[in-house]
Each structure stands twice: as C-alpha cells, then as structure tokens.
Design a protein around this ligand. Structure first.
Ligand code: NAD
Length: 255
C-alpha cells in the first residue's frame, strides 16, 4: 500500500477498479485530485498497475481487495480507505457482473443470486457505508455517489441476460430513492447508463466481440470507450453538476 501527497478533493472509493470502466474512472479521478481507493476482487497485479499509474501522475491511491457482495469485506474496504486516505468524499459503484447468454427459463437460482448479490446488494452496501461517512446528518461533510447502471435496464436484454438487466433496473430505482432520501444531507446520488463499451465484461457473456455485433444498432454506429464513460462519471461527481441528483445519464451513443 503506497500513497503520495496531494489529492485535495478527498477520498474516493471506486469499486471493481482494476480494469475496464472502473480503471478509467480511477485514473481520471486521480488526475483530477481525488485520493483514490482502487477496489478489486481478485487481480492484485492489475489493481497495483492502476495505483502505480495514478502515483506516477503525481496523485494518491491505494489498492484494497474486497468482494462487494460480502458485507464483512465491504466494511473492511471502507475502514481501510478511512485509515489510509482520510475522510470519504465520494463513491463510484462500478463493480458489476453478467453471466453467459441464456434464456430466463434456463437460469439457475444460484446464477440469479450471484448477479443480484454483486450488482444490487453490493451497490447497496457500498452506498450505505458511504452515506454513513458523508452525511451531514451524521457529522460528515457531504459528498457524491455515482452508480454505474446500464442501458440494459431499459432494453431488458432478452435472450442474453434478463437477470443482469433487471439488476440494473434495481440500480436505477435505488439511485432515485437514495438521492431523494439524502438530498438534504449534503449527498448527491446519480447514475450513468453506459451502452456497449469496449471492456472485458462481454467475455463473461460468452461473446468477447459483442460490441462489434451490436454496434450496428447504436445510432452513432460505434461502441464506446471506457474513458468516455469515466468523463461522464467525473462530471457527476464534480462541482460542475451541483444541482443534479437522482439523475440517470445515458452514455450510450444514442441507444
Ligand atoms: P469489467 O468486467 O471490465 O469490470 C468490472 C469489474 O468489477 C472487474 O474488475 C471485476 O473484477 C469487478 N467486480 C465484479 N464483481 C465484483 C465484486 N463482487 N467485488 C468487487 N469487484 C467486483 O466490466 P466493465 O464493462 O468495466 O463494467 C463496469 C460497470 O459498467 C459494470 O457495472 C457493468 O455492468 C457496467 N456496464 C458495462 C457496459 C459495457 O458494455 N462494458 C455497459 C453497461 C454497463
């Protein structure tokens, strides 16, 4: 665990930040002055590489392993962030999973529970810990939360992963409800809904090149880059969006 000086904006937890959209958010946040807690589930080397790139650019960061689907690990994640980086200013609930393309009639209960445990329960638990620290009602300084949903929440993902789409629908409802609940407590809660973005998540569905197939259905006729999502997330965290809460921003090329 290593840190350098700087990071005037306070601490930011980014879940699932060792690769993909989360890694882009972590690197951009480091460059913008957040002290970044790079959460990862298993790939220590990849998380360390994200931390090193933030440190190399003069920022401040640590890597912390935690499975966000487990309450004990979420509690430890936030405790380690408090101890190393100081008061929490923001959370990006980025970690998410999907499983192989399958019709609902073929899904096992274990699969559905795994998807909901990370995408919904994990998002809920991390947000709870962030609110406990940031709420002015509880002595905190306020802050911002951005949840990473998906356009799947509006499309439903038939024949691919309706469980995943439903989990992102829950993230959207959670964003609206929590935003209204803590609006008077100095905390803004917003979401981004990415479309198809070039990351490793599509291999989990059994189709690593899914973006190439689906992009014809995107009005802009292309997939998105992780940095294009990260810039929207950083805007929602920033003082450029101080009157936005409960907003869900599609970052999807018009899809
Ligand atoms: P990714 O698979 O590259 O990254 C997801 C990261 O989350 C991985 O590093 C993974 O290890 C981590 N993670 C998964 N479960 C975890 C857990 N229980 N605890 C801690 N970490 C965990 O995929 P990505 O595309 O970068 O996805 C990031 C977010 O964007 C996800 O919420 C995903 O649903 C969402 N999203 C992605 C796309 C896309 O096309 N790539 C589209 C819409 C939404």
């Amino acid at each position: 665990m290593s840190t350098v000086a700087g990071a005037a904006r306070g601490a930011l937890v980014v879940t699932g930040a060792s690769r993909g959209i989360g890694a882009s958010v972590a690197r951009l946040a480091g460059a913008r002055g957040y002290a970044v807690c790079v959460n990862y589930r298993a790939n220590r080397g990849a998380a360390d590489a994200v931390v090193d790139s933030i440190l190399g650019a003069g920022g401040r960061a640590i890597a912390v392993a935690a499975d966000i689907a487990r309450e004990d690990e979420v509690l430890r994640l936030f405790a380690e962030c408090d101890a190393a980086l100081g008061p929490l200013a923001a959370l990006v609930n980025n970690a998410g999973i999907l499983e192989r393309h399958m019709r609902v009639e073929d899904m096992s209960v274990e699969r559905v529970q795994r998807v909901l445990a990370t995408n919904v329960v994990g998002t809920f638990l991390c947000a709870r810990e962030a609110v406990r620290r940031m709420s002015t009602r509880r002595g905190g300084r306020g802050g911002a939360i951005v949840n990473v949903s998906s356009v799947a929440a509006t499309l439903g993902s038939p024949n691919e992963y309706v469980d995943y789409a439903a989990s992102k629908g829950a993230v959207d409802s959670f964003t609206i409800g929590l935003a209204r609940e803590v609006a008077e407590d100095g905390i803004r809660v917003n979401a981004v809904r990415p479309g198809v973005v070039y990351t490793g998540i599509h291999a989990s569905g059994g189709e690593p090149d899914r973006v190439e197939r689906v992009k014809a259905a995107v009005p802009m006729k292309r997939g998105g880059e992780p940095d294009e999502v990260a810039r929207a997330v950083l805007w929602l965290l920033s003082e450029e969006s101080t009157y936005c809460t409960g907003a869900i921003l599609d970052v999807s090329g018009g899809r």
